[in-house]
Design a protein around this ligand. Structure first.
Ligand code: CP
Length: 315
């Protein structure tokens, strides 16, 4: 694999299978059922989060700890980016401190790749603008396989603000690699036909504006929030919940085996109602968070092993 982990697009099915297997082996450690590993002992990882985050930042931090490494966090607030220092200059300075890997979240699409081109150490994309959120893509694949088994031929809906969603992009690339059928659902202002071609597998991806018409046919449904920070709110007319919210009435029309995902943060009462979000075991929203630690452990080990460090993969 490449020096960095920047996107799901372009990863082969074998690449993804290896990462998912490594993540599954790490799951008991993430769940604290067995003791932590020591594969990152002596290594320092920098978490550079220049956009807000709860799950991804804390999850990477936890993953480093569970691998025996050390981690520090840098955010825009309180750093010298407020004095005009660029993302790349900040990363070069952080690398000069001797870190083994840099995790980057930025509002700039392509920002993680920009950093990766300039530093020698591995860079992991923790979400860059509207482009990709590849570790979220991995944890979604893990959660889906745990919940519904094989993905080939299964039908998974991604509902909401597709236009602004890096989560959707990573999911589309990952799911199409595993030959899942993808139903993209949302208002026309947030969902154009070009999304069918995103994965290079237009045979697997269809566009829908009527959520009610497809509920009966789904194995899983992934709800997305409207990304007001990317000015998506103005593109949504009328009552969003009425058109696209996963209400108890809509959840009741899903097949009994179908599971519910959401990357978070959840806007309860908008894209998903309380009783659906909290309906275990159908709702896998918190399970996604646990799987996220295992997925990030696998990615950290993979990039550090490929970089020729002392990080080693489980046998
Ligand atoms: N899923 C996700 O990226 O959540 P955060 O923005 O809290 O990291």
């Amino acid at each position: 694999m490449a020096k960095d982990f920047l996107q799901i697009e372009g990863l082969s099915r074998d690449d993804l299978e290896r990462l998912l297997s490594e993540a599954s082996r790490n799951l008991p450690i993430a769940e604290q059922k067995v003791a932590r590993k020591e594969s990152l002992t002596g290594r320092v990882v920098a978490n550079m989060f220049f956009e807000d985050s709860t799950r991804t930042r804390c999850s990477f931090e936890t993953a480093v700890h569970r691998l025996g490494g050390e981690v520090f966090n840098l955010s825009e607030s309180g750093s010298s980016t407020r004095k005009g220092e660029t993302l790349v200059d900040t990363a070069l300075n952080v690398e000069a401190m001797g870190v083994s890997a840099i995790v980057v979240r930025t509002s700039v699409s392509g920002g993680a790749a920009l950093v990766a081109r300039r530093v020698r150490c591995p860079v992991i994309n923790a979400g860059d603008g509207r482009h990709e959120h590849p570790t979220q893509g991995l944890l979604d694949l893990l959660t889906l396989r745990e919940g519904i088994g094989r993905l080939e031929g299964r039908t998974i809906a991604i509902v909401g603000d597709i236009a602004n969603s890096r989560v959707a992009r990573s999911a589309i690339h990952g799911l199409s690699t595993f030959e899942a059928r993808i139903r993209l659902v949302g208002p026309p202002t947030l969902l154009g036909r070009s999304y069918c071609d995103l994965s290079g597998r237009p045979d697997l991806v269809t566009i829908h504006h009527d959520l009610d018409a497809i509920l009966h046919d789904l194995d899983a449904i992934m709800m997305l929030r409207i990304q007001n920070e990317r000015e998506a709110g103005g593109a949504v007319a009328g009552d969003y919940r009425e058109m696209y919210g996963l209400t108890p009435a809509r959840a009741a029309r899903l097949p009994s085996h179908a599971i519910v995902l959401h990357p978070g943060p959840v806007n309860r009462g908008v894209e998903i109602d309380d009783t659906v979000a909290d309906d275990l075991p159908r709702s896998r929203i918190l399970r996604q968070v646990t799987q996220g630690v295992a997925a990030r452990m696998a990615v950290l080990e993979r990039v550090l092993m490929d970089a020729g460090t002392s990080a080693t993969l489980a046998a």
